[in-house]
Design a binder for this molecule. Structure first.
Ligand SMILES: [Zn+2]
Length: 489
């Protein structure tokens, strides 16, 4: 049977343009080596199962023959990535194809690379389908709620410590050393990992693009500096983002803030995230518009403090964004608890850019990572009373209104239903201890439609989590608008 499975996989490779006929025995022999086999017969496939089925059969064979000695998900994923790698072009070939397609248009090139990342199962399409997704009609906009079942929850304090480990190979999941790497433990499998080279802001081939294996939204792309060097968010970053948009105008692109607590999970490696998706923030109401130099600065009605700078002149946009950035970095207002500096700098910005026709829409989301005894996780971090729903850093994707909530919630919701509807004792479910106070508030509510009710509750708490991160939350909208006016003039 294994001979048929290999034949099926080879045909899958040919049908999906991963292999050409010249490559067949080259690929077969690599697979034979991995599976510890010594012969093969090319045969016509009677049926053509889907990728996952072929791969499951091959992996079952490998486990049965003890070629693969562990059957954990991580071990199976790594083994699958190694088998798939046998079908793939070398990175340089992929680059050539990508740039050949780019001549037709940037979207032709990214469509090709995105499809490639799906057919190689680098993007875990089937697993992503299991994520729970729904809309929550919030106060500001309809928010995208996702319960992410494929990625483990990280503690913000672990993120700070893991960013200091420089002895690992590769040093982080974004490093170029991951390309083709066989990996079974804490990092995602990378043998089938490919990066396309990119020139950004005149730095020739110093950058790369890849897709996220656990796409949080459509065509979730990661743009990374090839060199493992720390994230920075400053005027240079803004130029890099705009340059990316000029090269790939159909994408949105943004960066996490460059400081711990308010930044993303990998601060040690400069990178951006983007994709082809309309985010809730784009539909936010405009509280006030200030005109400046043929641009519009819109103060948005959003749970976090955010302005959108709109204009079609790249240099003017960069000047104005730079000016607002400089003003914010040094801005303190102790009467409303904004401390720009103690022993370190606390003010930061989450920048995001998207094109709307000829106009750049440049979002600047103001952030601050000040901590004190009362707020060890951060004054502008999710409040600990909401950690049961969301404890992790609020990164750029979430600031735009797309929640990425921990996968454990799926099971916990089922337990909560048993407590609320069937009146089971909460003590029978130790996992629910952290939800105790929340469950109490729901006990006397109308629970006829418990599923909808809980979905709304979770959406509401996520919205509050975003409000927790609002750097002007101790002041008023007027305070924020005054700040923006001062920053511009
Ligand atoms: Zn790195």
């Amino acid at each position: 049977m294994i001979n048929s499975y290999i034949n099926q996989l080879i045909d899958y490779g040919i049908n999906n343009k991963l292999l050409e006929s010249d490559d067949i025995y080259y690929a077969v022999n690599k697979i034979l080596k991995i599976l510890d086999l010594t012969s093969f017969k090319r045969e016509k496939n009677e049926e053509m199962p889907v990728f996952n089925e072929i791969m499951e059969n091959i992996i079952d064979y490998a486990i049965e023959k003890k070629v693969l000695k562990s059957s954990t998900i991580a071990a199976k994923d790594a083994f699958e990535a190694m088998i798939v790698d046998s079908l793939l072009p070398r990175p340089s070939e992929l680059n050539r194809i990508f740039y050949q397609k780019y001549k037709t248009g940037p979207m032709t090139a990214t469509n090709y690379f995105h499809d490639f990342s799906k057919v190689t199962n680098y993007i875990k399409t089937e697993r992503i389908k299991k994520d729970i997704k729904y809309l929550y009609q919030g106060k500001y906009a309809s928010l995208d709620i996702t319960i992410n079942k494929s990625k483990p929850e990280k503690d913000p304090l672990d993120i700070i410590s893991s960013n200091h480990d420089n002895s690992k190979y590769p040093m982080c999941p974004l490093c170029m050393e991951n390309i083709g790497l066989y990996q079974t433990d804490n990092l995602a499998p990378r043998t089938n990992h490919r990066v396309v080279s990119l020139t950004l802001n005149h730095e020739v081939d110093k950058w790369g693009i890849q897709y996220s294996p656990y796409a949080y939204f459509n065509e979730h792309i990661i743009v990374l500096k090839k060199e493992h060097s720390p994230m920075y968010v400053n005027k240079k970053t803004f130029e890099e983002l705009i340059d990316f948009l000029n090269k790939f105008p159909h994408y949105l692109i943004g960066s996490n803030a460059g400081l711990p607590i308010v930044g993303g999970s990998i601060l040690s490696h400069h990178h951006f995230q983007g994709g082809r998706h309309d985010f809730p923030i784009e539909k936010a109401r405009v509280l006030t518009t200030i005109k400046k130099n043929r641009m519009k600065v819109e103060v948005l009605d959003w749970p976090l403090s955010v302005v959108r700078i709109v204009g079609n002149n790249e240099n003017k946009i960069l000047d104005l964004v730079g000016q607002i950035f400089d003003f914010w970095i040094n801005y303190s207002n102790e009467s409303i608890n904004i401390f720009s500096k103690t022993d370190t700098l606390h003010n930061a910005v989450t920048p995001i850019v998207k094109l709307d026709g000829a106009n750049y829409n440049f979002y600047m989301i103001f952030r601050n990572n000040y901590t004190n005894k009362e707020f060890p996780y951060g004054m502008y971090h999710p409040d600990p009373s909401r950690f049961h729903i969301k404890k992790e850093n609020i990164g750029l994707i979430e600031t735009m209104g797309l929640a990425i909530l921990p996968g454990r919630l799926e099971e916990e919701i089922e337990m909560i239903k048993k407590v609320l509807v069937n009146k089971e004792s909460i003590d029978s479910y130790p996992e629910l201890e952290k939800h105790g106070k929340w469950i109490k508030t729901m006990e006397n509510k109308d629970l006829d439609n418990i599923d909808e009710f809980l979905k709304n509750e979770i959406g509401r708490i996520f919205e509050e989590v975003l409000e927790d991160c609002n750097v002007f939350k101790y002041g008023t909208n007027e305070d924020f608008i005054n700040f923006v006016n001062k920053a511009i003039y």
